[in-house]
Design a protein around this ligand. Sequence first.
Ligand SMILES: [Zn+2]
Ligand SMILES: [Zn+2]
Length: 266
Amino acid sequence: MEIIVMGCGTSQGVPLVAHDNLGLDLKNPRNWRTRTSVHVVIEGHHVQVDAAPEFRLQCLHNNIQEVDSFILTHGHADHVLGMDDLRQFCTNNGGQAIPVYTTENGVRRVSAIYPYAIGEAASPGYIALDLFLMPKKLTLPGGGIVHAVVLPHGAEPTLGLVFEEPSTGTRFAYYTDCKTVPRDALELAHGCDVAILDGLRPTFHPTHMTIGKACEMAVKMEAKQAYITHMTYQIDYDAYTKSLAAEFPTVGLCYDGMRIQLGKQR
Ligand SMILES: [Zn+2]
Ligand SMILES: [Zn+2]
């Protein structure tokens, strides 16, 4: 399985526009964060999870050549607004609609923003989307499995995802945009090879975990390695990498373009 971190910034991106971004070393490229999403290659099948407003540029920077399935974790703008740029992947798939798996709110949001992409309305050369409610267990072409669990995120619950690749026996948990990791989600991800967890900033937020809470959850789920995502400008890559290493040796920070290989290279 391969995981590509396409973006790991919070909803406004990092650095913030028209702001002093105090404490953030802008000379460090790892402090330039586009909006959060990942691309997962599992049993050779390409799954795009969310499409940030920078989705097109993220695809170019990371040389993404295929999207076979799409999972929308929830309907917030920073995760849904790049979906129109799935267009070339539809063309490359011979004009076939891309299956999109999401929540009830996600279905409503995608239908409202992209009515021209759904069912009879879809026309050749543009995006075509086939909308489905995400099941608890999704088996993808090729045999990769994605387990889903609901995570609390204010009025817009998020899909927590655990990818399981049978041929390598590897597991990857992706829990972005959540206020906490409830017990069933902790159990689902328990002992995973890698977890990527929402860790917004050091201070309280009503719908996201703080970076401290994310570290606590990584330890609780006994992830072999964990990385923080959806970070604000308050998190300087070098400063936090250093302080986390001392307190939480299995937790690090994501950066845009980070690639993680699990199991043998396929
Ligand atoms: Zn978000
Ligand atoms: Zn959100």
